[in-house]
Structures are given as C-alpha cells and as structure tokens.
Design a binder for this molecule. Structure first.
Ligand SMILES: [Zn+2]
Length: 345
C-alpha cells in the first residue's frame, strides 16, 4: 500500500502571509498519516519570527493538489454517500451543530425576512441543505466549489453554485448577507486575498463566519511535536491563533464581533491515529493497522457504534478542556463588514 505514496512532490517556498517576512523558526516536522496514496514527503511547520504566524513551509505546489487530495478524501461527496444514515445520531448531531452555529450568525445579520448565504467550499451542498432548515428567516442558498462533480451535485440539490476557486470565481459584489467558510482558509494559498474577496461579496453590514483550527489550544501544545491532528499534513497550510486570525480579519476592514471555541473530535481522532500508528507505520506493523481500525482517518464520520463512542468521548474531552483552558482546537470568528456610516479600520 505504501508503494502508492509519491515522493519528492513539487513544493514551493513561501513567506509569511501576514507580514511578508521570510524569517521563521521550526515548530515541527511531520508526514501524511491519513491516506496511503498521497505523498510520504516530510513537511515542516514554521513560525514567523516577526509576527507569530504559523505555516507550512515549503508547501505542496498547486500542481500537486490532486496528489494531496485523493479521490477518497473525506470531505468530498458527503451527502451522496450511500452509507450515510440520516436517522443516525452522528448525522443528527452534526446537522444540529451546523444549524445552531448558522442561526447565531443569522441573528447578527439584522432584521431581514430573507437572507442570502454563500458557503465557500460547499462540496455537494450538504451544509446548504441544512441551512435551508433555518426557521427564523428564509435562507437563499449559494455555494462555490472548484470540484466539478460537487458543483453539479449541489446544483441538483437546488442551490445556486459558482464553479471555480472562490478567489477567482465570478461572484456578484456586495450581494450576500452571510458568507460562511468552515475549515477552508487553512487550505488556501493566500488567506489575505480570500478574506478580501469575502469582504467584497458581502453587503455592507453583512457577516463573515469563519471556522479554522486553533494552534494555541491545549492539545495543539501537548502534541506540538508532529502528532496534533490539526496539522493534517500536508493539506493545512496556515495555522491561526485567535490573535493572528483577528489580525488578518481586522486588517481587511472587518469589525470582529465574536470569537468562539467548539469541540473538535475529528482532530482528536487524527491525533490519536498519528500517535498510535507512529510506532511502526513505516513497516505497516500491528500498531499502525490497529490505529487505522480504531481511529479511521477518513471514515470517522461513518455511522457505527465505535465512531459514535469516540466522537462522543472526544467531544466531552473538549468540553472539559474548554472549561479549564477557555479554548479548543476549533475556533470560529464572526466579523462584520461595516456599514458605510461606520468608521473603517
Ligand atoms: Zn509574519
């Protein structure tokens, strides 16, 4: 199986996306452990010595995207998975989480009877299907995705979908009340441009809801040396802290309304998979095979009693950690595009 891994994929050296500095210190090194058909190359996570931003450097070249996102990547084609049981507790719990976060963001959008929501990286429209179920207002659903098959599926589900990368897609300006980017910004080449584009497509007074890993959580610090699930080698390119994310958003002209921390059971799943399997992953030994079975890196969302138990246990662990430390590995930030009468940053 390991023979399917590519070595020496094309990489590119980058500077700090926040401040442009090339000065950095090494945080850790790590390798892919979730998929057996991507790359076995070692990647470095570094911290900017000038502004503190943490990022992958060098990172895969964009020509290698199809290498690092294999066709069985877990986020693709979620709603059409034949195995998805919409009556299962895991499905209902996930829908509840997405809907309650969206409803809070909707409530910040002001007293509208209809709102336009854009989901960046909408995949097959699974979250948009849920957003239609918001009761307080009528939600008009829009998405953008670069995967052609996903775009087709989301259109079939009744959503208006723009094809292409968000930064380049032909999307009307000052059009949306709410723009949502759930675990997308850490994957993109230029988060500054990404946040700027969101600003442009928002109506004045509109809300940008962004969710991304938190590099300053307790488990990110505990498993800093390679195993933290939030590294997601080599697909996560930027790792924000509450401070560096706020800086990115405020410098684009937004007013930050709220930063929150949510449970991140997927990261714990990947942390444990990395940690346990690291004993003998290169040999494909018993620990590695056990970690693939007990913490399946791509199939932890599938409905099974084992997955339900671990997702529940990891969620509970994060509830406790948040009570003690105030944060978790999963943060969301809601920011508002100022009305023209308000002072701009
Ligand atoms: Zn910097």
């Amino acid at each position: 199986m390991l023979s399917a891994m590519k070595t020496a994929i094309k990489k590119v050296e980058v500077c700090c996306n926040n401040c442009g500095s090339k000065n950095s210190t090494l945080v850790t090194e790590g390798t892919e452990h979730e998929y057996k058909n991507t790359t076995s190359d070692v990647f470095r996570v570094v911290k900017c010595t000038d502004c503190g931003l943490v990022y992958l450097n060098p990172r895969p070249d964009v020509s290698e995207l199809s290498t690092i996102y294999p066709s069985d990547y877990y986020a693709y084609h979620l709603a059409q998975k034949a195995t998805e049981n919409t009556d299962s507790l895991l499905y209902k719990a996930r829908r509840h989480v997405y809907l309650s976060r969206l409803e809070k963001a909707v409530s910040m959008c002001g007293p509208n009877s209809t709102i336009k929501v854009l989901d960046i990286g909408c995949a097959d429209g699974r979250a948009l299907n849920w957003y239609k179920q918001v009761r307080s207002v009528k939600v008009q659903t829009y998405g953008v995705d670069f995967d052609e098959k996903a775009v087709e599926l989301a259109r079939q589900a009744g959503h208006t979908v723009y094809a292409g990368r968000f930064e380049e897609a032909d999307i009307p300006a000052a059009y949306f009340d709410l723009v949502v980017a759930t675990h997308v910004i850490e994957h993109v080449a230029d988060p500054k441009l990404f946040a700027q584009r969101a600003f442009e497509v928002l109506k004045p007074g509109g809300i940008f809801l962004i969710e991304t890993p938190n590099i300053e959580s307790a488990d990110a610090k505990l498993f800093k040396n390679r195993h933290w699930g939030g590294y997601h080698f080599p697909r996560h390119w930027i790792f924000y802290s509450p401070t560096t994310l706020k800086k990115l958003i405020e410098e684009r002209g937004y007013i930050v309304e709220q930063t929150q921390f949510h449970p991140a059971p997927a990261f714990w799943n990947w942390t444990m998979h990395s940690l346990i399997g690291s004993v003998d992953r290169e040999r494909g030994g018993a620990f590695s095979r056990f970690s693939d079975w007990i913490f399946p890196p791509a199939e932890f969302q599938k409905n099974s009693l084992k997955n339900l138990i671990f997702v529940s246990a990891f969620t509970l662990l994060d509830v406790v950690l948040k009570a003690i430390t105030g944060t978790t590995s999963n943060m969301s930030l809601a920011a508002r595009k100022p009305n023209s009468s308000e002072p701009q940053n």
